[in-house]
Ligand binder design. Structure first.
Ligand SMILES: [Zn+2]
Length: 144
């Protein structure tokens, strides 16, 4: 049995998952790399990517597309959806409401649906604030 590499991988994965759990937001692989490196100084970015891949396939970690800022990672196992900011690329959680999308609304026949993902796209409060200040008060009252 090749014990050593396995144990090292386990330790790296454990460190990744532990760091992920500490965070409120969903970090990129690069952010995770800098956090995990504090604990395991010899870890490489490639190792982080590889372990994130494995963890994603194991279903421990969820990969969230972050648009131009790259994929984000999440280890929250509660059913939930995402809201992505087009301004800064930040990804937040949206609590899933059971029955939010009834199966008949999907119009799918012959499929067994395991799960579905919803992504809300817009501006986060920080970016909205920034945008509103940039636009100035002349546009106030416009829109909705
Ligand atoms: Zn934003």
């Amino acid at each position: 049995m090749k014990k050593e590499p396995g144990r090292r991988n386990t330790r790296q994965r454990q460190a990744i998952v532990e760091e992920l759990r500490k965070l409120e937001h969903h970090p990129t692989a690069a952010e995770l790399y800098s956090l995990v490196r504090r604990r395991l100084p010899r870890v490489s970015l490639g190792t982080i990517y590889r372990n994130l891949d494995v963890l994603t396939r194991m279903g421990v970690v969820r990969r969230v597309e972050g648009g131009r800022t790259g994929a984000r990672f999440d280890c929250n196992q509660e059913p939930h959806h995402y809201v992505r900011c087009v301004g800064c690329g930040d990804v937040g959680d949206v609590r899933a409401v059971p029955g939010m999308i009834p199966e008949q609304a999907m119009g799918l026949e012959g499929y067994e649906i395991l799960e579905y993902r919803l992504e809300f796209i817009g501006y986060c409060p920080d970016c909205l604030d920034h945008r509103n200040r940039e636009e100035g008060s002349s546009h106030r009252g416009e829109g909705m």
